[in-house]
Design a binder for this molecule. Structure first.
Ligand code: WTA
Length: 630
């Protein structure tokens, strides 16, 4: 795959990708190993919606991630693992070792009855076995469904049940900073509600005492012991499922986004190389968790497809102290560093001595992902981490898009703080106006849609194609609607302004307000609630809950803590509200719809400009809420 070397070449490639998308993507796809070449590049209809790429093509993504590198890279490190605890020795996993471990997992899964097309849930921390597990599924054509290891048992069970997983891979526990989390006990609870799981295989990590249910549970090391180190890769159709990954919706339960083998491989491989300008021998570190799409695409698949070396970090930025990221960069001489704005904002608050203590001169490219980056954080990152010497790629994309969509190309695209800048080749954004029509020209603001398919777009929501159509293809017929608002400035640069639906992004994690509300409502004292986002210094957005109780509240702090506990138990600690205001009623229209616009304003601290409230059933409730705002 060739690198784009200047702006003219970007413009040429972009033009080529829009005038003849099929030949553009066929050219990229030719850089990969196919068992059988595709018969047609693309078939699509955004109304049904149906999208297929590389039709009839046959491949296995692990052959592209591993096998094809073996002749030249068997002894090169594929994954460099850094423990949560700086005292524990790091691990270098070479391409040869990765090959063997992935084959062993493939064989172990087969021995446990897993066949092509079966779903396997992976609920594991950031340890090498998790990478083997994901790739081991792909090796035998099983569909992996990774669930972030911070979710509660209820969330795990919902996800397992939605996709009918047959096997669950987990660990005894997880280390996170100074905490140790007992994952297996969460799993035990989840499995009481997940009858489809026949087998649960447990990696030993924290050595905490756990329950093992005879017949159902087995140790990873026992199961792996005699598994052969060679496992023929399953031949997959380009459109066979590679994985399911859940993301929050603005209403209802989380959506299992479906990604397929061929298109995902081509797009993620292409964008990793292009955006970061990854060069032979560089050490790349993405700090995301493999439980999110960033981890799937840009810790594992993207770097490995390019024969790269990817650092996998088990820990957190704040432990043993706020210098941990910078210490790891110095220790391993990281060249490319990709993290979230929320991490930058929290590290920015720590004394600068935590940064200055370390030599960061190995860094060449910096990246951000997951939420808009404010200008101050961008400048701090540029000055203190990049030393004004590293291009920052602010990459906009989504679980649904599979890979980076709008982003500078490192060192080539002129950056502008808080702008994701320009669409990558192959990406055709359209900004939609209030009237539902595409807005032409620059200096505009509207809703961000994509009007032409790209290879790694999600194909459906697992088990609910109708919801897929309604969520993404109905607001603006014939276009994929991202749910984000954006501006396009005088240079044609895109600035993502945030969600325009009822999803809030808290520390880079998507959260459906409806999901949080229904968790709050589970508390027996709560009658109803409404949740909105508000600007938060570090998290980007915080969760603000307006709660109506059956009885007047006497001990507010106590009840607040109880509600937080309930939410933490039902969804996970990341969904805990930051602020809970008890109110006697919610502002509703005569038809019973909650006017979130008003609540959002109050949560933002803007109480003077609430707009028209005359359509409310009971306008007096607004004054009460205003006066009690937190
Ligand atoms: C937001 C993460 C501004 C956006 C890869 C999107 C961003 C949602 C950026 C998807 C960015 C992601 N600038 N906003 N660079 N990157 N977002 O599915 O609102 O976890 O719709 O995928 O994050 O979050 P998701």
């Amino acid at each position: 795959m060739k690198l784009i070397t200047d702006n003219k070449e970007y413009a040429d490639e972009y033009l080529k990708s829009t005038t003849n998308p099929e030949s553009f993507w066929a050219e990229q796809a030719n850089d990969f190993v196919w068992r059988k070449k595709w018969a047609a590049v693309l078939q699509w209809d955004f109304n049904t919606p149906e999208v297929k790429w590389f039709l009839g093509g046959k491949l296995n993504i692990t052959e592209n991630c591993i096998d094809r590198h073996l002749p030249t890279r068997a002894n090169q490190t594929a994954i460099l693992w850094e423990s949560n605890d700086p005292v524990e020795t790091s691990k270098k996993i070479t391409y040869q070792q990765l090959y063997e471990q992935v084959c062993k997992v493939g064989n172990m899964l087969k021995a446990n009855g897993v066949k092509k097309g079966d779903r396997v849930c992976i609920y594991m921390p950031m340890i090498p076995e998790t990478a083997y597990a994901i790739l081991g599924c792909a090796r035998i054509g099983a569909v992996h469904s990774v669930v972030f290891a911070g979710f509660s048992s209820g969330s795990v069970a919902d996800r397992i049940n939605d996709s009918g997983c047959k096997v669950l891979l987990t660990s005894d526990g997880a280390f996170r900073g100074d905490k140790s989390i007992n994952l297996k006990s969460i799993v035990d609870e989840a499995l009481l509600k997940s009858p489809s799981v026949e087998k649960c295989i447990v990696v030993e990590r924290t050595k905490v005492a756990i329950n093992m249910q005879t017949g159902r549970d087995a140790w990873w090391h026992t199961e792996m012991q005699n598994a052969p180190t060679v496992c023929e890769a399953e031949e997959m159709d380009a459109e066979d499922l590679l994985f399911i990954l859940y993301t929050s919706g603005s209403t209802g339960k989380p959506k299992g986004m479906v990604h397929t083998c061929g298109g995902y491989m081509v797009y993620v491989g292409y964008t990793f190389k292009t955006v970061f300008q990854y060069k032979e021998g560089q050490l790349y570190w993405c700090t995301a968790d493999v439980g999110w799409v960033t981890g799937h695409s840009y810790i594992l698949y993207g770097p490995l497809l390019n024969g790269g070396t990817s650092l996998m970090f088990e820990g957190v930025p704040s432990w043993p102290d706020m210098g941990r990221f910078w210490q790891v960069i110095e220790k391993h001489k990281v060249n490319i560093f990709y993290t979230a704005p929320t991490a930058i904002r929290s590290l920015e608050k720590a004394p600068i001595s935590f940064v200055e203590k370390y030599n960061l001169s190995s860094l060449q490219v910096l990246g951000t992902v997951g939420e808009p980056i404010n200008e101050e954080a961008w400048q701090w990152y540029n000055k203190n981490i990049g030393k004004h010497n590293c291009p920052i790629v602010d990459t906009w994309w989504q679980t649904e898009t599979g890979g980076i969509m709008i982003s500078p190309i490192a060192g080539i695209t002129k950056t502008k703080p808080s702008f994701a800048t320009l669409p990558l080749p192959g990406v055709q954004p359209a900004v939609m106006g209030e009237n539902g029509k595409e807005m032409e020209g620059n200096n505009i603001e509207g809703r961000l849609t994509i009007k032409f398919p790209w290879p790694s777009m999600a194909r459906t929501i697992y088990g609910d194609h109708q919801r897929f159509k309604e969520t993404y293809f109905s607001t603006f017929p014939g276009k994929y609607f991202t749910g984000d608002g954006c501006k396009r400035d005088e240079d044609g640069y895109y600035r993502i302004t945030g969600r325009v639906d009822d999803i809030i992004i808290v520390s880079g994690h998507n959260m459906g307000t409806a999901e949080v509300e229904s968790a709050i409502d589970e508390h027996s004292a709560v009658c109803e609630s409404a949740v909105v986002g508000y600007p938060h210094d570090i998290k980007g957005q915080g969760i603000y809950a307006f709660v109506v109780t059956y009885e007047p509240v006497h001990e507010e702090t106590h009840l607040r803590n109880e509600i937080k506990e309930v939410v933490s138990k039902i969804i996970g600690p990341i969904a805990k509200p930051d602020k809970i205001q008890f109110v006697s009623g919610l502002p509703k229209t005569r038809s019973g719809k909650i006017m979130r616009r008003i609540l959002r304003k109050i949560a933002e601290g803007d109480t003077t400009n609430l707009g028209d409230i005359t359509t409310l059933l009971d306008p007096t409730v607004v004054d009460e809420i205003k006066s009690g705002a937190l």
